[in-house]
Design a protein around this ligand. Structure first.
Ligand code: ZN
Ligand code: ZN
Length: 161
């Protein structure tokens, strides 16, 4: 997607609608067992983006604390009515970065994964494309993210202090 595209998304009952003001920082396809359980499927597709680039157009997402492997938990924002999960905030960047569930976007095809992570627990029938990076567990963003995303991330984290 282009830098200045706006992509809208929302829950299934359409009470919560939101948009992404720009393209995300990076898109994770996570094959960990936790994501498999939470989606009821084979992986989670999450677009990481600064929270202030996610504009809520309608509705008031409800935040549900959910356990994580790290023990620090994640906050999953869900529609209060249909309970579809829209995005998560993890302990790392806290409330400043949202992991938006790509499947909730109106045009999810426009945000394919930039990387596949935790492929050590990938379900064996899922065949990964040869031209997208894949790692057994996690990775160092400094080695994988485009420079402009690293710059954006530094800028948002600097607001915390
Ligand atoms: Zn809903
Ligand atoms: Zn995961």
């Amino acid at each position: 997607m282009e830098d200045d595209d706006v992509i809208e998304g929302g829950c299934t009952c359409r009470e919560v609608r939101f948009c992404l003001l720009t393209k995300p920082l990076f898109v994770h396809c996570c094959h960990c067992r936790w994501c498999q359980r939470e989606t009821g499927a084979s992986f989670a597709l999450n677009a990481m983006i600064e929270a202030n680039r996610v504009i809520i157009l309608s509705g008031n997402p409800e935040v549900v604390m959910t356990p994580t492997l790290s023990g620090r938990g994640q906050k999953i924002s869900r529609c209060p009515t249909c309970q579809v999960a829209l995005w998560s905030n993890y302990s790392g960047a806290g409330d400043l970065v949202r992991f938006v569930r790509v499947g909730t976007l109106d045009m999810p095809d426009r945000l394919p994964p930039d990387i596949h992570i935790f492929t050590e627990s990938k379900q064996p029938w899922v065949v990964l494309p040869p031209d997208v990076p894949a790692v057994g567990q996690y990775y160092d963003p400094k080695q994988m993210w485009p420079p402009e995303s690293l710059e954006r991330y530094r800028a948002i984290i600097a607001q915390r202090s």
